[in-house]
Ligand binder design. Structure first.
Ligand SMILES: Nc1ncnc2c1ncn2[C@@H]1O[C@H](COP(=O)(O)OP(=O)(O)OP(=O)(O)O)[C@@H](O)[C@H]1O
Length: 488
């Protein structure tokens, strides 16, 4: 039986057709993947199913009943639970408060009891969390868990997960996959949006590929391959192999000695970190999310105070390109246009500013060139970045940070949310920066990615570099142990 059936769903933004007569059958108790390039229309479609957007045309059937989903609240009442790509949490509230927010309160709210309930729920699903912690103080990976628990708390029958593994560590991904299989076996229906083809192949029963707002194909995962899926998404063959030229590194660009950095609470989260980074070299930082990566990156970018130790740039001045972990709060001004975001670090200088006046022609020209080079898909350079798909927002950050030919690049999860084609493009672009002579710190929780990209690989655990290894000879097993605080 089809649990969800979409018939000719169409959604336009102005003259742009984001979803073009999409028809889709999602079987009851199945895990159904939706694949597509950045901007293909996946999130728009999911926003329609979760009641955030109203379609301009088409019909939705739930358990073969024609329905209208007029609001997110109604979607929840219908048993549709969505975990969005960008979190929908209230940062100032605690984990428990976020989870119970919007649910029907009993006549007297017993927060202590609710904390216990959430703790039990999180333990039952292996998603450990402190129910009393404030969400704004949690790392991205943990915030994701809150989103998942929020949906599970509401006992949704149809779960929509928009790139849920993008922020999870390999063990967390493994446990999430097991949870999702378990939920599907128990009769829940799951829609899974991901750019990770291996995950789709491992987890999902069926996959639908979207391209430019249209359904291109629907197929059983067992009768396809990652290569075929990539080609369907992009419309041409994609090389999924990384082509890395041999390293030719030079002088030391950055020397870090006994670095100590505290987090927002004053608690030391980077301790005794020392390393050197050379011209033309990629030093990877592998580690489980929340082990001090964010504080390290912020300190190197000059955004966080150094408690002890020192950071020395040997060539002064050194332009630093910083690709932060969270593009929406740290990387972009969401209400600014693409063109404005692209000059945030250079608007004071020529050719963008002359005699205190912004030079609109130069800004427009720069935006057009960057959009072409980084394949930023948008109808116009002047649209707000809030209207871009997640992947295209990330490309705006990359385009801005790499434009000034930085001597040091700090890249934190630079391919998060990018489709296979865009990921391959970012990898080759960062490798080209390395060949140009940039020193690159590549921080990622994606172990295979960081191993493939790096020349040397530092493993971070509880704020310390527990080892710096040659990436060519290090093994996944060895790094996995070090990441877990063992095998030192
Ligand atoms: N509110 C909006 N206003 C205008 N255009 C929009 C809006 N939301 C989405 N779009 C456009 O619709 C298209 C589809 O976007 P959508 O977010 O659905 O893509 P996606 O497949 O989820 O991409 P990604 O993988 O990058 O998240 C994009 O070109 C985007 O710019």
């Amino acid at each position: 039986m089809n649990y969800l059936r979409l018939e000719n769903i169409t959604k336009c933004f102005g003259s742009f057709i984001a979803n073009d007569a999409i028809s889709l059958n999602v079987k009851s108790g199945s895990i159904h993947a939706i694949l597509g390039e950045n901007g293909a229309g996946k999130s728009t479609l999911m926003n329609i199913i979760s009641g955030l957007y109203q379609p301009d045309a088409g019909q939705i059937y739930l358990a073969e009943q024609a329905i209208k989903i007029t609001s997110p609240h109604q979607a929840i009442k219908l048993g549709i639970g969505t975990i969005h790509q960008h979190f929908m949490l209230v940062p100032q509230l605690t984990v428990t408060e976020n989870i119970i927010l919007g649910t029907k309160p009993s006549w007297r709210l017993n927060l202590h009891q609710k904390h216990q309930e959430i703790a039990a729920l999180s333990q039952a699903y292996g998603l450990e969390i402190d129910p009393t912690a404030k969400v704004e103080n949690l790392p991205v990976g943990i915030q994701q868990r809150v989103e998942i628990l929020k949906v599970l708390y509401r006992q949704a029958k149809l779960l929509i997960l928009d790139e849920p593994t993008a922020v999870l560590t390999p063990p967390e991904v493994k446990s999430l996959i097991a949870i999702l299989r378990q939920l599907a076996d128990a009769g829940n229906t799951i829609i899974f949006i991901s750019h990770k083809l291996d995950e789709v192949m491992n987890l999902c029963d069926t996959v639908t590929v979207l391209r430019q707002g249209k359904v291109i194909a629907t197929t059983a995962t067992k009768s396809t391959t990652p290569q075929k899926l990539a080609a369907l998404m992009v419309g041409k063959e994609v090389n999924l192999q990384l082509n890395k030229p041999p390293i030719s590194s030079g002088e030391v660009i950055l020397a870090v000695q006994n670095l100590q950095v505290a987090d927002y609470r004053g608690i030391t989260t980077i301790n005794n970190v020392s390393f050197e980074l050379h011209k033309g070299e990629i030093l990877g930082v592998a580690g489980v999310d929340g082990n001090g990566q964010r504080e390290l990156a912020d300190a190197l970018a000059g955004l966080r105070k150094v408690k002890q130790g020192n950071i020395k740039f040997t060539n002064q001045p050194c332009i630093v390109g910083y690709i932060p972990e969270d593009r929406q709060t740290m990387g972009l001004i969401m209400q600014f246009s693409i063109a404005q975001n692209l000059i945030l670090k250079s608007f004071k200088y020529l050719p963008f500013c002359r005699r205190f006046l912004l030079q609109q022609k130069a800004i427009a020209h720069h935006a057009q060139a960057a959009m072409q080079e980084f394949d930023i898909r948008a109808t116009d350079k002047d649209i707000k970045v809030s209207q871009l798909s997640g992947g295209n927002q990330q490309k705006v950050v990359l385009a801005r940070e790499l434009a000034r030919e930085p001597g040091l690049i700090i890249a934190m999860q630079p391919t998060r949310g990018l489709d296979v084609g865009a990921t391959a493009a970012v990898h080759s672009r960062i490798l080209a920066e390395r060949d140009r002579g940039a020193a690159i710190l590549y921080i990622s929780t994606e172990l295979e990615e960081v191993m493939a990209m790096s020349d040397r690989l530092a493993v971070i655990y509880r704020g310390e570099f527990v080892a710096i290894l040659d990436a060519a000879t290090a093994t996944v097993a060895e790094i996995g142990l070090l990441m877990a605080g063992e095998g030192r």
